[in-house]
Design a protein around this ligand. Structure first.
Ligand code: CP3
Length: 357
């Protein structure tokens, strides 16, 4: 596998190195905002797309072609690996993952055996290989996994939850069962990510979307060890590790302590403040509010520039949204964001420049 990086502004920024331009990609860049994705979904269910490497590779490449982003992200889902080893998990439109028989007791843990990626999710690895063979040079592929806490929350709640009451009841009330559950899920995430990297993924993102619901003390006690097992377990592979949560500004330094090279930041705190909390040596990813894409062009442009200004030209910034692209976003607005970010600091020496005004 050729080393990723030299020619990729995305990899350079992940490593905190000066890049030829500020790289940009979008969480959920493949999906319902793109007419070509909706056309595929008219003929195939979400599950069919994920399980068919040709379809999944095509959908992964769609935003690279249309938007000119600096990285692709594997088209799959955070529950795909556990779906392969646990019966009765499916994804419902609008709602997301649903677990028919939720995990509530110690006995349920026996349903979570270790993942054998080449046997359990061969289609995921075939998708990675196909995408790699088709991506333009300089556009790396990001592999991903759901973090133990967020995947556990789906297994315990049975689906999406507003307050995560059952997850927290298990975590606080039966800490040994909880620790065993998240340790098994760490094993699943780690096996999946290692296999994705071995198949050709050049960076990875660990999605801990719902972890912002915890205090820092509870995060450090009940979640960090499992997430650290995933991130530390990738250290020898030498790919950038991105760690992301929503509403997790109070957890940023703890999430970096778990072993991330890049921490994803949502729009609730500025990149400047995020950098203060993270300290040197950790890159940042974010953090345009996805709702800004619904604003008139001049307002959107000003908000993109404000994100760039909050970073202040420092190396180690991957431009992204603070969370995923909303389904009814106009792809033209996404394209505008890419053009503004790519134009930033260009024509005055190449590398990122501090804002001038
Ligand atoms: O472009 C990409 O970012 C890559 C693909 C991707 C999907 N899901 C595709 C998908 C990624 C990285 C994910 C991660 C994921 N899945 C997360 C973490 C990111 C986040 O948004 O917080 C979470 C929490 C899930 C669980 C999940 N899967 C939800 C909440 C939903 C949404 C339900 C809906 O209809 O809005 C899904 C389904 C899903 N995953 C869709 C896509 C494109 C929509 C499926 C469709 O086409 O109907």
């Amino acid at each position: 596998m050729p080393p990723a990086g030299a020619a990729s502004p995305f990899i350079a920024a992940c490593r905190g190195q000066p890049a030829s331009r500020v790289p940009v990609w979008f969480m959920r860049q493949a999906g319902r905002s793109l007419p070509e994705y909706r056309a595929v979904r008219e003929r195939h269910s979400f599950a069919e797309v994920v399980a068919d490497p040709e379809l999944a590779a095509e959908v992964t490449l769609q935003p690279v072609r249309r938007l000119g982003v600096d990285a692709a992200i594997l088209f799959s889902d955070i529950v795909t690996p556990v779906q392969a080893i646990v019966d009765g998990i499916h994804i419902e439109a609008e709602r997301g993952p649903v677990v028919v028989a939720p995990f509530r007791t110690k006995a349920d843990l026996a349903r979570l055996r270790p993942l054998e990626p080449e046997l359990d999710v061969p289609y995921v690895l075939d998708t990675v290989r196909l995408v790699r063979s088709r991506l333009p040079a300089g556009v790396p592929l990001i592999g991903f996994a759901g973090a133990p806490f967020t995947v556990a929350s789906y297994l315990v709640e049975g689906g999406r939850s507003r307050d995560h009451r059952r997850t927290k009841a298990l975590m606080y009330g039966e800490p040994d069962v909880w620790a065993d559950l998240v340790d098994r899920l760490a094993g699943v995430a780690l096996a999946s990510l290692r296999a994705q990297v071995e198949a050709g993924a050049q960076a990875v993102q660990l999605f801990d979307s719902w972890v912002g619901t915890l205090s820092e003390a509870d995060y450090r006690r009940y979640v960090l060890p499992a997430s650290a097992r995933v991130l530390d377990g990738l250290a020898d592979l030498d790919v950038p590790r991105i760690h992301f949560g929503v509403g997790a500004g109070h957890l940023l330094s703890a999430m970096a302590d778990a072993g991330a090279d890049v921490v994803g930041v949502d729009w609730r705190i500025s990149l400047d403040e995020a950098r203060r909390r993270l300290g040197a040596g950790v890159a940042v990813q974010g953090n345009l509010d996805p709702a800004a894409l619904f604003c008139p062009p001049a307002v959107l442009a000003a908000r993109v520039r404000a994100v760039l200004a909050a970073n202040g030209g420092r190396p180690g910034h991957v431009f992204n949204l603070g969370w995923g692209v909303l389904p009814d976003t106009d792809p033209a607005a996404l394209r505008t964001v890419v053009e503004i970010v790519h134009g930033h600091g260009q024509g005055s020496g190449g590398a990122e420049q501090p804002p001038s005004g």
